[in-house]
Design a protein around this ligand. Structure first.
Ligand code: SF4
Ligand code: SF4
Length: 186
């Protein structure tokens, strides 16, 4: 018998097992963009510059296993950190579930296809030309973009999460991204 309610609607983040938790990452790579934090206001700005370990084609970390050793401000997402950090993109599976919302049709757990996050224009594929080591720190302000905080029209079509699709944790397609902490912008 098929479960009537998929796990991301039935459970809170802290109730999920490891496989379920990891499958919640849609593989968009948005959280692996370099971000700047305005010190006075604490406002966060995304740039179109990738973390040095971001694979801009797959939108995954190139060394997920050793990411926190190689990038010291890569934060490990947990139910606690998801609750604490306010800058996860509005499309992020962890943020959506934490806010009691459903996943969109293009999430691999809903569509059953890891490509739909790219087809819907949610992922960073095709939008990141440089990684942080190629961009001087004082040039980052000129790379601020707002698309990581937006949801393209084609991604919003239909009823989010209501489309028929395979809804099992086994649909996960890779490791979830860690997320890069914002840099202080003086
Ligand atoms: S953790 Fe990062 S890559 Fe995964 S869904 Fe959230 S924003 Fe996208
Ligand atoms: S998981 Fe962490 S180290 Fe890997 S690309 Fe993303 S922010 Fe960088």
């Amino acid at each position: 018998m098929v479960d009537a309610v998929p796990f991301w609607r039935a459970k809170r983040l802290e109730e999920m097992n490891q496989t379920e938790w990891e499958s919640l990452c849609d593989g968009c790579g948005r959280c692996c963009l370099v971000k700047l934090e305005e010190e006075e206001t604490e406002d966060i700005y995304f740039t179109d510059v990738g973390c040095r370990l971001l694979d801009t084609g797959t939108c995954r970390c190139r060394d997920y296993r050793h990411r926190t050793e190689r990038v010291d401000d890569c934060v490990r997402l947990t139910p606690e950190t998801v609750a604490e950090i306010g800058w996860l993109p509005p499309t992020c599976g962890y943020r959506l579930v934490a806010e009691g919302k459903d996943l969109y049709w293009w999430h691999p757990l809903v569509s059953g296809d890891p490509e739909t996050v790219h087809q819907a224009g949610i992922s960073v594929r095709g939008r990141v030309e440089d990684l942080e080591d190629d961009v001087p720190a004082d040039a980052l302000e000129r790379r601020i973009v707002d698309w990581p905080l937006r949801i393209p029209k084609r991604a919003r079509k239909g009823n989010p999460g209501q489309d028929e699709g395979r809804r099992t944790a086994e649909n996960r397609t890779g490791t979830p991204a860690g997320a890069r902490l914002p840099r202080k912008n003086r």
